[in-house]
Design a protein around this ligand. Structure first.
Ligand code: F6R
Length: 605
């Protein structure tokens, strides 16, 4: 949450910052601001509530000729959405931007008597006052002292009035990446803002002070020793972070799923079977555990629910799935015999990170499934399997979900082979079916007429229900989340058999019910539940495998999934539910990519 960019070089900083903020806007879109510094130290501060486009308009009318500056796009935590609370914040000689939360800002305000100096309601302004108070001409020393006082998570980029052309950065938990090249020195909260300027970058190490200047970037640890960061190479191209002709990022990312699945699965196959040894993951990790705990938030957690159903079925050891924000305050029943799998697209979700740390403290071995390279969760877990989805920009997750599933299916296969639950031949068939899911998703994307028809029913309603049993229930959870977050229709996913224990009271004439019935074993049972809601007037959108025999009187719209094996129905089903949410949101004229109140990467509790 909150996008950060800083630049010091020889080109127009205003342009670089505005372009970068546009790329980062998915991290927060309550307000945007920037501070530009001239070579004589003179500072120009511009900040506006609203989108980056509002800031751009304000800046382009009166451009500032500067080659150094910092920019910020905000997701409000402390204080309302207005110009005053927008970043950057200035106090005396210090101007800064911040991502994260300073937990002890009240205590700092009281202890240092800052109350009279504050103009905003933000924790960030208190940090600016603290730094100004500590600053005696040596930025390193002021930052070193500030670290001892501040508690919470933070990534700061700071300009000091008497240090023109230099940007100072420090972080704890909240992400920062940086790069230096012929155009100058860059820092940002994530790579999407940097990829236009080069392929090499590094993750800014925690507990270090980094200084950007046009000539280069230097890093020192808190004892003053130089630190050499590990240089990484971006494997995305600039186009992958652009809309590429699509009206929204979300529909572009839905379309990218077939390829993302192949990119995630194929490099991990040896002789048609999954093998993780090239990624440093020993088979003993799987062979020596008694149970699995999966921890994540939101969509990633729903991927875990599907993973649980598939894994328990395949290799018959208990798998439990936990919401990270709950798990982190529990007393978990895990041990060194537990494999903890944490799932996160961004790799920086604060609750998932805290849960990972707790699992490690309980001696569990940890394996992360992460999309963003070098992110905190990837770095801190014992092992990591990257999903190769490329950048996911739309706030509503789509391609990250299906590649998370793909990795869970790979793990299920590897485990099953090692535990003797699959022969090599069965393993190869499983993987072939997984790879063919790519084609099934492609077909679903190409033939979306029934889904577009279903939108007409769904968009009129304030409520919708998603029902299914077993695996169908697991993916209906994600379908309901997608619909509510981007179309603002209240949607609830319910285990189909549980509906009549209360919730069926909410079914009225024309209430949309999206019923998933893709699982052979429980097909008839789910269909009975569909009849129950139909008898109460529900408008049924039925999702089944192609060729399923169903009485046409029990549904309004039927969506056929091009798939034969039950375990793999989730891939085309996910696409159909994503498209249903996407077209509904678009038909309602909503901002599909930036739904209200949300932001990508939840870095606050
Ligand atoms: C919903 C969505 C969120 C994320 C959740 C976890 O579309 O994107 O529910 O899945 O915030 O985020 P990551 O995967 O980055 O940890």
């Amino acid at each position: 949450m909150c996008g950060i960019i800083g630049y010091s070089g020889s080109f127009c900083a205003q342009k670089i910052l505005l372009d970068g903020l546009e790329q980062l806007e998915y991290r927060g879109y309550d307000s945007a601001g920037m501070a530009l510094q001239k070579s004589n130290g003179e500072l120009f501060l511009r900040k506006k509530a609203g989108r980056v486009s509002v800031l751009r308009e304000a800046c382009e009318g009166a451009p500032i000729n500067s080659v150094c500056g910092i920019g910020h796009t905000r997701w409000a935590t402390h204080g309302g959405v207005n110009d005053v609370n927008a970043h950057p914040h200035n106090c005396g000689k210090v101007t800064l931007i911040h991502n994260g939360i300073i937990e002890n800002y009240h205590e700092i305000t009281a202890a240092f008597g800052f109350a009279g100096r504050l103009h905003s309601e933000t924790d960030t302004e208190v940090a600016a006052c603290l730094l100004d108070y500590l600053y005696q001409g040596d930025p390193f020393e002021a930052l070193r002292q500030a670290v001892d006082i501040l508690t919470g998570s933070y990534a700061f980029c700071i300009l000091f009035a008497d240090q023109p052309g230099r940007i100072f950065c420090i972080r704890n938990v909240s992400p920062l990446v940086a790069a230096h090249n012929d155009s100058g020195s860059f820092v940002a909260s994530d790579l999407t803002a940097l990829i236009a300027y080069g392929k090499s970058y590094f993750v800014v190490p925690e507990e270090t002070v980094m200084t950007l200047s046009p000539e280069g970037i230097s890093i020192r640890d808190l004892s003053g020793q130089p630190v050499e960061p590990e240089i990484l190479t971006v494997d995305w191209n600039v186009e992958s972070a652009r809309k590429g002709g699509y009206p929204h990022y979300m529909i572009k990312e839905i379309n990218e799923q077939p390829e993302a699945l192949q990119n995630t699965v194929l490099p991990r196959l040896k002789d048609g079977l999954p093998d993780f040894t090239d990624e440093g993951i020993p088979d003993t990790l799987f062979a020596s555990c008694d149970n699995i705990t999966v921890i994540a938030c939101g969509t990633a957690m729903y991927a875990g629910m599907v993973g649980k159903a598939v894994m328990e079925q395949a290799f018959k050891i208990p798998v439990s799935v936990h919401i990270a924000s709950e798990f982190r305050y529990d007393t978990p029943l895990i041990s060194s015999r537990t494999l903890t799998i944490v799932i996160s697209q961004s790799g920086e979700t604060i609750d998932t990170l805290a849960a990972l740390r707790l699992a490690k403290a309980c001696s569990s071995r940890t394996l992360a499934i992460v999309n963003v390279k070098g992110s905190a969760i990837a770095r801190e877990s014992d092992y990591v399997l990257y999903t190769h989805a490329g950048p996911e920009i739309a706030v509503a997750s789509t391609k990250a979900y299906t590649v998370q599933l793909a990795v869970l299916y790979l793990i299920a296969c590897r485990f099953s082979l090692l535990r003797g639950c699959f022969t090599a031949d069965q393993g190869r068939k499983f993987i072939a079916a997984l790879l063919s899911s790519s084609g099934a998703m492609e077909q679903m994307i190409r033939h979306d007429q029934a889904i577009r028809e279903a939108v007409k029913t769904v968009k009129r309603s304030d409520h919708a229900f998603f029902i299914g049993r077993g695996l169908d229930y697991a993916f209906s959870l994600e379908g309901a989340l997608k619909l509510k977050e981007i179309s603002y229709i209240h949607a609830e996913a319910y285990a189909a058999g549980e509906l009549k224990h209360g919730t069926i009271a909410l079914i009225e004439e024309r209430t949309p019910v999206v019923a998933l019935a893709t699982q052979e074993k429980i097909f008839a049972k789910t269909i009975s539940n569909v009849r129950e809601v139909r008898a109460r007037g529900a408008a049924v959108i039925l999702i089944v495998k192609e060729g399923a025999q169903v009485d046409p009187d029990i549904y309004d719209i039927r969506i056929d999934l091009p798939v034969s094996q039950d375990e793999f129905a989730v891939f085309p089903a996910a696409v159909s539910l994503q498209l249903l949410a996407y077209y509904t949101s678009d038909a309602k004229g909503l901002n599909v990519d930036k739904p209200r109140n949300l932001a990508k990467s939840v870095t606050v509790e």
